[in-house]
Design a protein around this ligand. Sequence first.
Ligand SMILES: [Fe+2]
Length: 427
Amino acid sequence: MGVLFQVDLSFMPLHDILQWIDMNRLSCVATITLEGEGGMTFYLETGKIIFAASQKKGNRLGEFLVKEGALGEMQVIQALTASRSAGISFTRYLVENGLISGRALSEVFTQLVEKLLIEVFSCKHGSVSVTSPLPDSVLNGPIHLETGRILFDAVRVFDEMNRDSLERDAAIEAINQRLYKEEFQLPVLPGMLMQLISLMEDEKTTFQDMAKLIMTDQVLISRILKIANSPFYGGSGQVDSIHFAIVRLGMREIMNIVTGIQINSLQSSDIPQERLQVILDDALKTAFVASGLARRCRLDPEEAFLGGLLLDLGKTVILSVAKDFHIEPSFLEDLLATRHAEIGALIAKKWNYPESIQNLIRYHHNRNFGGMVNRMIALIQVADQVVQAGSEKGVDHELLGSIDLSLDTVMEIYPKAMDSFYQIKSL
Ligand SMILES: [Fe+2]
């Protein structure tokens, strides 16, 4: 077998090589080696493509015929064996034995060649070796594809695919830029909560100061009282004034209740209501699970509650920025997954929540802290996993072990937290 020439694809693209073979009506074998992708071989007779073989699973003619429903798997295997022992080409055997018409075979083969060509076009590094003569095993077959025609179609499909991905990349880049430059509207934190947060920051604040502020909002008063009297917080006897509620629950707990109420009533005209509600509901559920677990781990339950509430709030910002762009759902989900923690931390910062909460949000999907386990983050992750999976089955056992929690504890806490969630929602 003689080598006609060998060339790097970056030097001479496959498109040009095949065109050259076609123009010169050559009968030869073009073997392509793609970096990290295996390779494939095109067989051309007087410039026309008569067969193609690939090393990659799923890219062989027999597999294509099965996938297209043209032939059964057994038929393909038998035809391959029989054609080999008869010393004739696989394609000729198929047509001569009436297993498939020449035309149908050509159609399926065209799809295969198009797919292979696109794979080569997409690959940056590779080489081609063109040899002759053609082996007997591919000669005298029924297929003779017009090389120019199929190249034209494959290039068109490839360009189309590329344009889509270029547009998508541009949209994602634009969204990232807007997030980076903070060109977005933060969810508006109601004034009351802002004032409460700054009150809490002042060490001299007394519960009377807090009561005085809350007393200015009648709707909030009634909701706080309902929650303070709910079984989740249920102490002995009814609480019928804000003063008592603060005394019984403590200022930080009241703060969390107000955050919970306010977060749950966040509105956004930019995000589909259903999607927003899922995020807000999950926030409240995670808050309840986290605070329940924190009590068992001797960690601060109030901090866990607040962390749980604010954890995924960054998603609302990303969704509202993304609505101005057209991107496929799977890419939007990727963007949400990779950016929401950092944007959430930014929201917490702008809302003046303490740095510990900001860090909790920022790192709530990180596992590796140089081998150190941050117990609060690990706990929040457990709560997040349980809520996202909708059961304790979603929990990573190694993570549980890192904070000395047992699955039994999670199984005990989770339904209780769900009860609290539905009670609070119904108030
Ligand atoms: Fe998250």
